[in-house]
Every structure is written in C-alpha cells, then in structure tokens.
Design a protein around this ligand. Structure first.
Ligand SMILES: [Fe+2]
Ligand SMILES: [Fe+2]
Length: 208
C-alpha cells in the first residue's frame, strides 16, 4: 500500500475524492497516483517529493466533472486570474479549480502539490520534477489510458538517464500538439511555452 509521510491521510483523501468523481474517473485518479509513485521511486526522488507526487497524482482531476460554465464562475468568484485563452478553452480550467477545491476541502497547502495539479493539463515553462511526474503519470496511468500509447511512452523511459523525464515530457507535448492540430483545436500558449522550454533546454545540453 502506498503511504505518505505528510499530515494528510491518503485514505481520507481517497474517500473525499471518490465523492467528487465518477467511478471511471476515480479509477483513473488511482492509476495516476500509482504511476506517480512508481516514477518517483524509479527516478529516485527524495521522499518529500515522492509524497507530493503521490498526492497530486491522486487529486489532479478533483474538478474534472465540473461543467465549463461552473468552472468559469468558480474562477471568477475565487479570484483565479484568467487570460482570454483560458476563457476560450474552459476544458483547461479544471486543474486550477481542482487545486483550489483541494486546498479548501482537504486543507492541503503545499505549493508544490497545488502547482502539480494546476499544470497537469497544459504544462508550463520551468516545470519542477514533481510537476513533470504528475503530468506524465496522468497520461500513462494503467487503469484507463490507451495501452499502446502507455507502452510506447513507458518503453522510452530510461531511469538512469537524467534527461529522461525531459525527453518524455517533450514526446508527450509534441504528440498532444500534433493531436490538437489534426483535430483543428486551439493550443494553449502554456503548452507551446512548455514544449519550447524542453526543446531549448535539451538543445543547450546538447541532447538534441
Ligand atoms: Fe485533468
Ligand atoms: Fe487526469
């Protein structure tokens, strides 16, 4: 069983989350938690970061079921700053609302956990290790994600390579951007910024 050393009881968090989500979305959340724990362990993160990744992995989709109009209202009522693109792509708001809901309902204040929740959909430039692990775990958890995609990403992970998390982020961001282009959907500027950040970093380190 996964255990964390933080004050928040993991079982209590699971019980609360199960009330917020459908059974399938709850299964996805448990899968993301397990995958975040596995990645944090294999990439040798210190226990504090590992606990943060586990909790953020579990709770990342807490607001996923909220309709777009409610997400927008919630952001306005809680002074969550939104730019024009956020308003036009409300599906990218559930991470911000989720972080606030988790902070209020579970009194979870650690900024590292809240930021990993906030940026699990778009990514951003300058992501922490915990943010990267939660982003990746969300996309390749074993309970609900496409097994072929999971296998493709998983087989490219190299736990001895210090750049592996960045390469995996770049792969997922590129495939997400390609998917959005094919579907004629808008791409959030934070996703482009995240992608460019990884490209420039890997190029500066002569890894690309
Ligand atoms: Fe999400
Ligand atoms: Fe998710």
């Amino acid at each position: 069983m996964i255990q964390t050393s933080t004050v928040l009881d993991l079982e209590q968090a699971k019980a609360w989350l199960s009330q917020q989500l459908t059974a399938e979305r709850f299964e996805h959340s448990l899968g993301a938690m397990d995958k975040a724990a596995e990645l944090a362990e294999k990439f040798n993160l210190p226990s504090v970061e590992k606990d943060q990744a586990i909790l953020a992995g579990l709770l990342h989709d807490a607001a996923k079921l909220m309709p777009a109009s409610e997400l927008l209202n919630y952001c306005d009522q809680h002074q969550i700053p939104l730019d024009e693109m956020d308003r036009k792509t409300p599906q990218t708001l559930h991470p911000f609302v989720g972080a606030e809901i988790v902070r209020e309902a579970l009194d979870l204040q650690e900024p590292e956990i809240l930021d990993a929740i906030r940026f699990h959909t778009t990514g951003r430039a300058g992501m922490s290790r915990v943010e990267k692990i939660v982003y990746i775990a969300d996309k390749i958890e074993g309970n609900t994600r496409n097994p072929l995609y999971v296998q493709k990403v998983t087989s490219s992970l190299d736990f001895r390579n210090p750049y592996s998390l960045d390469f995996t982020m770049l792969y997922i961001l590129d495939s997400t951007i390609q998917f959005l282009i094919e579907k004629h959907q808008a791409i959030h500027p934070r996703t482009i910024e995240a992608r460019n950040d990884f490209v420039l970093k890997l190029r500066a380190e002569k890894q690309l």
